[in-house]
Design a protein around this ligand. Structure first.
Ligand code: HEM
Ligand code: HEM
Length: 230
């Protein structure tokens, strides 16, 4: 095989991906089933907020191929890819569209969920910051986007299978092990411990903000007097 073996996806990027996939599938299932699972739906949603915040920062300070600038789908890159002239490692320019679509869609999905309500017993943790009409609109958006998300996940998995079966290019192995054989570039560099601490700090801070735990607890319901006043 031509080329060499390089480290393509660093461990934080791989952990991010597989935790995100599990959490999103869990959120889809718990959201559809509802009932007692809504508590877990909310927890998974806040976890997803933390994951997205982590990836946003990791896209700036992470290792080579995890950086947004490395795979941003500029017209020149997309053109080269379509002409079959793109030679790079990591997300190809078309795949990069799907990656950014995921980030945008998941952010809108999670943020709308924070303000949503199910008209029965469960509300997102930031529900009280908006009025009921706004919450209802965001709930409508939350429903709509969850369907778009299902379509994107199906397309995503179909694309990975297509690359493996038809183009004989396993994208899956590097996303599991980190390593890619027969590569033309260099191993990923950067994304050390300082970058990791910064990304984790932002991630925890945003997840805490999304959890609503910083808000004062709602006032207790008025006490019911044991003996009637009359
Ligand atoms: C990316 C993350 C999320 C995904 C994929 C997701 C997905 C879903 C799905 C599939 C439903 C059911 C929609 C339907 O019945 O058609 C739902 C409902 C709901 N979700 Fe999420 N959700 C996410 C994040 C969140 C977050 C962070 C919260 C708040 C903590 C939240 C709060 C709610 C609420 C309150 C409902 C009930 C709405 C209703 O029954 O009308 N979601 N979500
Ligand atoms: C709800 C489920 C999923 C979501 C939300 C999701 C999301 C993503 C995202 C955002 C990326 C970009 C990674 C990054 O740069 O941080 C990605 C890449 C990738 N995903 Fe998924 N994914 C899901 C399920 C899966 C599954 C089931 C597979 C296995 C077939 C898979 C295989 C891959 C691979 C191989 C890549 C790397 C693609 C490349 O080399 O350009 N994903 N996914």
């Amino acid at each position: 095989m031509n080329g060499k073996r390089i480290l393509l996806w660093d461990l934080p990027t791989r952990l991010f991906h597989w935790l995100l996939a599990l959490a999103v599938i869990g959120a889809m299932v718990s959201g559809q089933l509802g009932g007692n699972l809504m508590v877990w739906h909310g927890r998974l949603g806040i976890f997803i907020v933390g994951l997205l915040a982590f990836r946003l920062v990791w896209g700036l300070v992470g290792s080579t191929y995890a950086r947004f600038i490395q795979f941003f789908p500029s017209p020149a890159r997309v053109g080269a890819y379509l002409r079959g002239e793109w030679r790079g490692e990591g997300h190809n320019p078309l795949g990069a569209f799907a990656v950014f679509a995921f980030f945008g869609l998941l952010t809108a999905q999670a943020v709308s969920g924070l303000f949503s309500n199910d008209d029965i017993a469960f509300t997102g943790p930031l529900f009280s910051l908006v009025d009921k009409a706004a919450s209802n609109r965001l709930t409508g958006l939350h429903h709509l986007l969850s369907n778009v998300l299902i379509a994107l996940v199906c397309l995503h998995v179909a694309a990975i299978v297509y690359y493996g079966r038809v183009k004989k290019q396993s994208l899956l192995k590097p996303m599991v092990t980190g390593w890619k054989d027969g590569a033309s570039g260099e191993s990923a560099r950067g994304g050390g411990i300082v970058a990791l601490v910064i990304a984790l700090s932002v991630s925890f801070a945003l997840a805490y903000g999304a959890s609503g735990n910083w808000m004062p607890p709602p006032p207790p319901p008025p006490a019911v007097s044991e003996t009637p006043d009359w």
